[in-house]
Design a protein around this ligand. Structure first.
Ligand code: MEV
Length: 307
């Protein structure tokens, strides 16, 4: 039984979304996590995850191990007992700790593959709930945006604790993603923002309100088929992310490079400090923006069309 899940990028509203403001995210199908589950003649549950150099029996991993915890929670939710001998292979092309949702994608693919294998296919709402449980287990205060966009594999306008809203662009647009190559766990930047917010709530609440307005306007421009107006909003959102202290010299340099290379606007995407930035580009100049990012030190680029 095989299942897969895409990567994701946040277009607008990261961090503010943790504080119940809206954010926009889209799936990135150029990268994905794949899981294969089969019966095995070796005892126990054998896990093979070559990307992270993991070959282990489930019983030898601590229960809070990122992969073991997904398997254990899924098995528990499905009510499978006793467990047959299984072999699980997890492969992912989504860079880890880069703001592309690698953890949530592995969770979603694992939940889907296991539930289908045990003839108990779960609907997206159930998969999403389970994946959110796992995100909470690891990140303490996740907004839930990563598991949602990855489970539904559709552009989402997301607000914590609100029903999921998907959106459809009135006109396709092109995003260039540039990876600083610097791993930056989301948990750390989210924790730092929380400490700043605790010290000066009025100031940070005001920033989150500004970001909320940007996300709301962005949805309007996307849905009404005026994506060229998103560039300026990206630039503004990046300034607010700088004020939240989650940018970095490397992210700022790539953002600046993209703008100079002709992008309409650019910002960091995801938790920040490292990981990825995104730029809005004309389809005709996307390749040259990507080339400029590589020359400025990006470790890789992805060009993706949002449609
Ligand atoms: C991470 O992809 C996005 C953040 O807003 C954290 C979250 O929403 O849980 C930084």
């Amino acid at each position: 039984m095989k299942a897969s899940a895409p990567g994701k990028i946040i277009l607008f509203g990261e961090h503010a979304v943790v504080y119940k403001r809206p954010a926009l995210a889209v799936p990135v199908n150029q990268v994905k996590a794949d899981v294969e589950v089969s019966e095995s003649n070796q005892p126990g549950v054998q896990i093979h995850a070559p990307n992270i150099g993991l070959t282990s029996d489930l019983a030898s991993l601590p229960p809070d191990h990122p992969i073991a915890s997904v398997i254990l929670k899924t098995i528990q939710a499905l009510g499978v007992s006793p467990l047959p001998n299984l072999s699980l292979t997890i492969e992912s092309t989504i860079p880890v700790a880069a703001g592309l949702g690698s953890g949530a994608a592995v969770s979603v693919a694992l939940i889907r593959a296991l539930s289908t294998f045990f003839s108990h296919p779960l609907i997206d709402g159930q998969i999403n709930e389970l994946a959110f449980e796992i995100e909470k287990f690891h990140h303490i205060t996740p907004s839930g945006i990563d598991n949602t966009v990855i489970t539904y594999n559709m552009p989402v306008y997301y607000m914590k604790e609100k029903p999921i809203e998907t959106f459809k662009p009135g006109k396709p647009f092109t995003i260039v993603i540039g990876d600083t190559g610097i791993p930056a766990p989301t948990k750390e930047s989210v924790g730092d923002v929380r400490r700043l917010w605790l010290r000066d709530q009025p100031r940070f609440e005001a920033i989150f309100d500004e970001v909320a307005q940007i996300s709301t306007m962005a949805r309007h421009f996307i849905v009404s088929g005026r994506p060229e107006l998103l560039g300026e909003l990206m630039d503004h959102n990046h300034e607010f992310l700088q004020q939240l202290t989650v940018s970095s010299p490397e992210l700022d340099a790539l953002v600046e490079t993209a703008r100079k290379a002709g992008a309409f606007g650019a910002k960091l995407s995801g938790g920040g400090r490292g990981g990825n930035m995104i730029a809005l580009a004309d389809p005709a100049s996307a390749e040259s923006v990507a080339g400029a990012l590589m020359s400025a030190g990006a470790k890789r680029t992805i060009i993706t069309e949002i449609n």
